[in-house]
Design a protein around this ligand. Sequence first.
Ligand code: AFP
Length: 357
Amino acid sequence: MHLGRTTLSKFLIQQLKNVEGANDLGALLVDVAAAVKAIAAMTAKGALGGFLGELDNRNVQGETQKKLDVLANEAVIRSCEWGGLVAGMASEELDEPHAVPSEYARGRYLLVFDPLDGSSNTDVNVSVGTIFSVLRHDATAAPATADFLQPGRTQVAAGYAIYGPATMLVLSVGTGTHGFTLDREIGNFILTHPHLLIPAQTSEFAINTSNARFWEAPVKRYVAECQDGRSGERGRDFNMRWIASMVAEVHRILMRGGVFMYPRDTKDASKPGRLRLLYEANPIAMLIEQAGGAASTGRARLLDVQPEGLHQRVPVILGSREEVERIDRYHAEFDAGTDRPFASPLFNERSLFGALA
Ligand code: AFP
């Protein structure tokens, strides 16, 4: 592969040549890339395009929808529904799966996506992204919701677009994680970051510390040690980042390492996490693992979680492998009651310290 000259299409032909159904999968990813170009054009216009601001309705998540949420959702649907490649689609912005209109043939893939992740950042001009996941649907019948509820390890492809200073597409078809940069002059994604690899160690963590009082003890333990720096357990100083756009955090981690946490917290006991399993955690987890990192709920490998609902939420801890393994170990020690000093009654959630933490 020639850096700076390999287009997305050429890359997919090369990577998929021995994969059954390669042409259809490659063509679907090119259709997703076309939607990404349309979304990139809209986000780049900012206020000039009339695309900013909120609508007066809420999505299935109960969240206020931004105009760009809906426009990005439409862009993906319209780009991917007609080509005879998908049997159905599911989106963060749609209560139920989108059925392929009867005038179009159905294909053998399911496309699951978050059309605009980090959309609370659109009006303040901070990087946002599109996250997508491709699953198989080896049936001729239209898919039911249950057909989308496949564990992340069954994904045949996953990726994200990041609409930053440059628009990039980062994807995996199971042969590593690779980055492409949009050359706006020719309208092509060009391979610029082949075989991304995440350093196993890092001194940079990302978490929304305003939720600290709601975290479980193992997360409090891990973050406290990072904050203690070189005088504490870790013997080195750490840096913290929080962009409130998962795609931007993940991109930084793929470029230079780090660990991202949106863990289970007690802010809303009905929600096991903030991030959605099918169209945020799973595709990102595939990219992270394909780049040598790890992706966990704190108690299980993310890609092994059996989905129970289309919009199910899940705790997310991912990035540099040694840090994720340490956080998992802290969860195991907490669950076994063997962690120190957090096992002492002074630090559990129900004690004085827990209340004050
Ligand atoms: P929005 O798409 O509603 O902006 O949410 C973005 C996100 O799902 C993820 O991209 C961020 O990491 C996380 O939420 C930020 O959550 P907080 O606003 O609670 O920090």
